[in-house]
Write a protein that binds this ligand. Sequence first.
Ligand SMILES: [Zn+2]
Length: 237
Amino acid sequence: MENKSGQGILKNRGVVLRRSDTPEGNRSVYVLLENEGPVWLLAPGAARGKVRFGGSTDPLVWGTFHVYRGPNRWYLRDVDVRKDFWSLRSSSIRIRQAVHWVGSILGNTLPGHPCNDLLPVFFWSLSLLENPSAREDLASWRFYWRWLRIWGMAPELERCRSCGSLPGRAFFSGEGINCEKCGGQGIPLSEQERLALLEAAISGHRDFIERSGQSGIGSRLVEKCTLVLERELAERT
Ligand SMILES: [Zn+2]
């Protein structure tokens, strides 16, 4: 229960972003918590095995975190694990991708600043990554596009940003696309490639998995465009 000074017990959903153990055997867990944003939670003695958290303080573990908010620090009491995404570890490409996303979250969010909309985007992106039928390059593109969308910065992919036409060939930049007539700088995309990016960004979870394998765009190009999105994100923060 909460009192006036904000102390007390808190039970919020969240995901472990990183974990750090001290030589004295204390553990700190950096958790992206619903309604609170990223916060450090202390688990004294946890690294010595005094408090048995098992794997529940590993990065990428999702669950409900039981937190005691002390006057100066917050303490982790317990975790009800919902999903640990352990299966990602069986693919070096996929776990590297997940770790890369965690790095972006660490770099582009501020401690104590809630970002509730990011939680489902991250969760469902990890779920896609877990699915062997889903292309991880397109899943990453989708993750960053959707993150930018919740922050109101996702580049428009349907119409030319200068003249509003539905382009054939187009140039993609962080601000959107330009048709050939309007020109400008950016990554050249065929109509098929642009539509593949659009579909990967906005399609539902199941459609994404079903169509991922037949997507009309190569991985190198997807990665190039994803880097543009990552840069947009970094510029905002
Ligand atoms: Zn145009």
